[in-house]
Design a protein around this ligand. Sequence first.
Ligand SMILES: [Zn+2]
Length: 306
Amino acid sequence: MLPVMLLPLKGKNVPSGAPCPVRLERETCRSGGIAAEVVVFSLADGTVLRAGVRRSARARRFVLRLSEEGELCLGAPAGLALSGQTTRLASLLPGLERAWRAYCARREASAASRVLPERLSLPVLGRECRVRHGGDWQRGCAAVACGAQPPIRVEDKARRLLLLESGDALTLYGDTETDLAATALRLWCRRQAEGRLPELVRQQAQRCGVAVSRVGVRDQRSRWGSCTRDREGAGRISLNWRAILLPEEDAIFLCLHELCHIRQMNHSPAFRQELARYAADWPLRERRLHDFWRALPWWARPSAGR
Ligand SMILES: [Zn+2]
């Protein structure tokens, strides 16, 4: 799997005797009935942030991560009970306060700059489409009647939007507010991704000489792709639909990364060796994927749309 890099925050000491703004909770998962650990942090301005706990045998200390989407996660050593650790956990607060303020400032700045793209580029398909407004809902319905492609339809209570593809134009009709329009563009891109990415994975699988039993396109919030193996040892690959926005060579590298996991289900030196057979410059390419994720247009980010 290829996770998106997150921001680690190192702990600092806080004066003893201060009230502890950290609380521990247990959440019951809907599916398995397993109680998940949650640490609740209260910031100075009253903001309450909940961090899911991820245990790791390799972890030697607490690491708090705030994702690009504002989700908080606490990495913790396996087997260390959190109940006696609230003071140590509270020492993460100054760093969390700073990171949260920076996140809020970024979010405000991006909300102010939410305009629809004029063009939408899908390099893997060799396509570039113009994005334009076409008029009201009725006009959209009339255009659908003579269009060849099924439209993308987005509704939110009384608001309705149609996205119609015609040649190299994507035309939006109805309520084209940015949140509905973002959802429509995402759905359209996902449709394109489903039509192309599985084929790209299978082409690269042939090149690597590995068997793939299933390729899916999903809306992962924090990773480009993932790989598991079925009972016969064939790969089951899931790619993020956003990969359709990548330059073609980066999309191919993403496929290769996931396919190499069929032979090595980890990120060990053996995995890197396997990957280097197909992409000697893999560190650079992984960096490019990471950078591309951070630079995704606002409407394609996991926090956009509905
Ligand atoms: Zn991986």
